[in-house]
Design a protein. Structure first.
Length: 301
């Protein structure tokens, strides 16, 4: 397995490097998306890669695309990613890439929450609502919501935090018809996926989807879907105890890294969450890699 912190495909024009993905143009109508082993925490990219992470994310996304196709078309072309690069570049793309249709991205993050966690829990404590969606009194950290809610965010520029917005703001950005379609599709995908994950002993607390439009104006699910980078996965077995204690349930994601970063000191002071990030110790890297592997094995096993 090749570990890739930053891909270097010389045979194709680089379109963009995200926190995790490097996107290259393949002709006018396709994109080669390479999932690196980079990890970002608090919107800062760590200097050390997490071995195997890009392949795990890609396998999980493909597994989900396979099961959700009847709900919404997705951006996969079905062409092998290896066909887009030179023979020397194949090791950088094998197992960690998707060759996808080039779409017009919709500048809204479609976030769905089935449980109260993270920024949603913070907001609920202040206003008894999340993104303008009113919620009942008496919910606690990690509570299951009466029904899943659509809580969109506006895509931020690189290095900035995405910002929670109201549904009315989505209507202003994309128009009422498309806003409604995005909301309904997102909720339907989440509810279907959450049911599937529960049969594997996993709770999807919340997730975010990205959509684009093709030339015909059809809504298409794009980017990656339902991986631990875009979704909060909890194992069912730790959930009830955490809920009763009011703590965060154990999760399949970069929580190890976040916890270590929160506790770490630089020159006697806490890290200020601006680049460069502190160097991750080997055990934090290994524990994080193991969590990602466990999520994939549990879901697809």
């Amino acid at each position: 397995m090749t570990t890739v912190h930053t891909s270097s495909i010389q045979s194709l024009p680089l379109l963009a490097r995200g926190k995790v993905r490097d996107n290259y143009a393949v002709g006018e109508d396709r994109i080669l998306m390479v999932a690196s082993d980079r990890l970002s925490a608090f919107d800062v990219i760590m200097g050390e890669p997490i071995p195997g992470k890009g392949e795990i994310l890609t396998q999980m996304a493909l597994w989900w695309f396979d099961r959700l196709g009847q709900l919404c078309p997705n951006h996969l072309t079905g062409d092998p990613p290896e066909s887009a690069v030179t023979p020397e570049e194949v090791p950088q793309v094998t197992g960690r890439s998707m060759l996808v249709k080039r779409l017009t991205p919709i500048p809204v993050e479609a976030v769905v929450r089935g449980y109260l966690a993270g920024s949603g829990w913070k907001e609920y404590q202040e206003s008894r609502s999340v993104c303008g969606v009113p919620l009942p009194e008496g919910l606690t950290n990690a509570s299951k919501l009466p029904r899943p809610i659509f809580t969109p965010a506006a895509k931020a520029a690189a290095g900035e935090h995405d910002e929670n917005i109201s549904y009315d703001r989505v209507v202003e950005i994309v128009g009422p018809k498309l806003a409604q379609q995005i909301r309904e599709t997102s909720l339907e995908i989440y509810e279907t996926a959450a049911q599937i994950a529960l049969t594997k002993g996993m709770i999807i607390a919340d997730t975010k989807f990205e959509f684009g439009l093709d030339e015909a104006g059809t809504l298409v699910l794009m980017d990656e879907v339902l991986t631990p980078d875009s979704s909060r996965y909890w194992p069912v077995e730790g959930y009830q105890a955490a809920l009763a204690a009011g703590t965060n349930p154990p999760s399949y994601d970069k929580q190890f890294v976040r916890d270590w970063l929160e506790a770490t000191k630089i020159n006697g002071k806490p890290w200020d969450k601006t680049p460069p990030a502190p160097r991750l110790p080997a055990e934090v890297i290994e524990k994080t890699a193991a969590k990602y592997r466990e999520a994939l094995e549990r879901l697809t096993g």
